[in-house]
Design a protein around this ligand. Structure first.
Ligand code: NAD
Length: 416
């Protein structure tokens, strides 16, 4: 049965609401997204025919500042998914104490079926349709699944053309040449790596000796795979939407990156002892660290019991359902939750946003130093609270994140 991500997100909120005795009025308000926009996007395809696409942009909460969150292009995009992702962004920005809210967007499209020119027209028309919804002081999109710095460049161009001035601050994750930040494209994976180091330190494990399985080999999966491989971790399995590769001896990630750049998919990579395995077998693999870095609802009550690792590091948003969380807790598996583990992306997006406002750009050393400092502070806060309350890291992260938003609502009151 399809799992509705928005129901999952609301269930997570209900669990933490109970834990912190959340004011029922505030709980009620947080269950809902503040603004939802659904648009129809007409595109003339390369063959001259017209095709309609559906897109969304959702603001879950703007109580702490402009909305922040990526834009996803995928054939699975639907409003419930976008609403859940927007809610998770509210918690993520709150956990990092950023003056931002939570938002998300997406278009239901199979990007593999569109040419680059069609994708450009799709992005430009989507931008026009949501133009009054976004802006540096309203809502600042960024890349997510199947979108990248080029997508953001098109978005920024359309917004700027309509405003009559160049507005770099309308999106983050732009190319550096037009106001992007150094380190943004690798920020989520870099942040995951810092968090992996931190949790291993707490658990008395040596990160470089860990065996790792990674689901997803995109912007997040590639960076964390490369970083772990380069310090000596054995990456025993890695997947993209075409295949799941497994090798008991470890996969050469540098070679696989070159393969993916050349062939776009990993399915035909068959070096040394590498073989293809099923999704079911992937989640049964014995390893030290499992990194879901693809999409939501991957670890569920159907497969959680069989998972055999010490740490789950959530690179993806919402990869674990609440039912699975309970099973993993009972099995003694440490789950580092998405809103902490993958928050390096939104953090460097925030750095990009303030660099654009100031028209003054930082060097990579400063970006990475600030990224590490802020992430490790959030990690320590979450870890300490989890020890004090004897709760999971997810519960501790949610306690901090939801309490921050609840306090802001309390201070501002319920208008009118
Ligand atoms: P991406 O499009 O660059 O890569 C996604 C990867 O996952 C691709 O390799 C794709 O083939 C693979 N994939 C998709 N469905 C799969 C499946 N069912 N099984 C195995 N592999 C599958 O996207 P990304 O930016 O790397 O995002 C991945 C996840 O990380 C998403 O949940 C996203 O919301 C989250 N995230 C991304 C960022 C960011 O800065 N890009 C920040 C925080 C969280």
């Amino acid at each position: 049965m399809e799992i509705n991500p928005y129901e999952v997100a609301k269930k997570q909120l209900a669990i933490v609401a109970k834990e912190i005795n959340l004011d029922p009025n505030i709980h009620e308000r947080l269950k809902y997204c503040q603004r939802i926009l659904t648009v129809s996007i007409p595109i003339i395809m390369d063959n001259g025919s017209l095709q309609m696409f559906e897109g969304h942009r959702v603001h879950h909460s703007l109580v702490k500042g402009p909305g922040k969150g990526g834009i996803r292009y995928s054939k699975n995009v639907n409003l419930n998914e976008v609403k859940a992702l927007a809610m998770w962004m509210t918690w993520k920005t709150s956990l990092l104490k950023l003056p931002l809210g939570g938002a998300k967007g997406g278009i239901k499209v199979d990007v593999k079926k569109l040419s680059k020119a069609e994708l450009e027209r799709l992005t430009r028309r989507y931008t026009v349709e949501i133009i009054n919804f976004i802006g540096p002081d309203k809502d600042i999109p960024a890349p997510d699944m199947n979108t990248d710095s080029q997508t953001m460049a098109w978005l920024m161009d359309v917004y700027s053309m309509h405003k009559g001035v160049t507005v770099p601050g309308v999106v983050t994750g732009k190319p550096v040449e037009i106001g992007g930040s150094l380190g943004r494209s690798t920020a989520t994976g870099t942040g995951l790596f810092f968090i992996a180091e931190a949790i291993c330190l707490k658990m008395g494990l040596n990160l470089s000796e860990m065996t790792v399985a990674i689901q997803g080999f995109g912007k997040v999966g590639k960076v964390i795979a490369e970083k772990l491989y380069n310090i000596g971790c054995k990456i025993i399995a890695i997947s993209d939407s075409s295949a799941i590769l497994y090798s008991e001896d470890g996969i050469n990630i540098n070679e696989l990156m070159q393969w993916k750049d050349k062939y776009k998919e990993i399915k035909d990579y068959k070096k040394n002892s590498v073989q293809n395995i099923s999704n079911m077998d992937f989640f049964k693999l014995k390893c030290d660290i499992l990194i879901p870095a693809a999409t939501e609802n991957q670890i569920t009550k159907e497969n959680a019991e069989e998972i055999d690792c010490k740490i789950i590091l959530e690179g993806a948003n919402g990869p674990t359902t609440p039912d699975a969380d309970e099973i993993l807790k009972n099995k003694g598996i440490t789950v580092v939750p998405d809103i902490l583990a993958n928050s390096g992306g939104v953090l460097v997006s925030y750095f990009e946003y303030i660099q654009d406002i100031n028209a003054y750009f930082w060097d990579l050393e400063r970006i990475n130093k600030e990224l590490k400092r802020v992430l490790l502070k959030a990690f320590e806060d979450v870890y300490t609270l989890s020890q004090e309350r004897k709760v999971t890291l997810r519960m501790a992260a949610y306690v901090l994140a939801v309490s921050g938003v609840a306090e802001a609502i309390k201070l501002r009151g319920h208008y009118p």
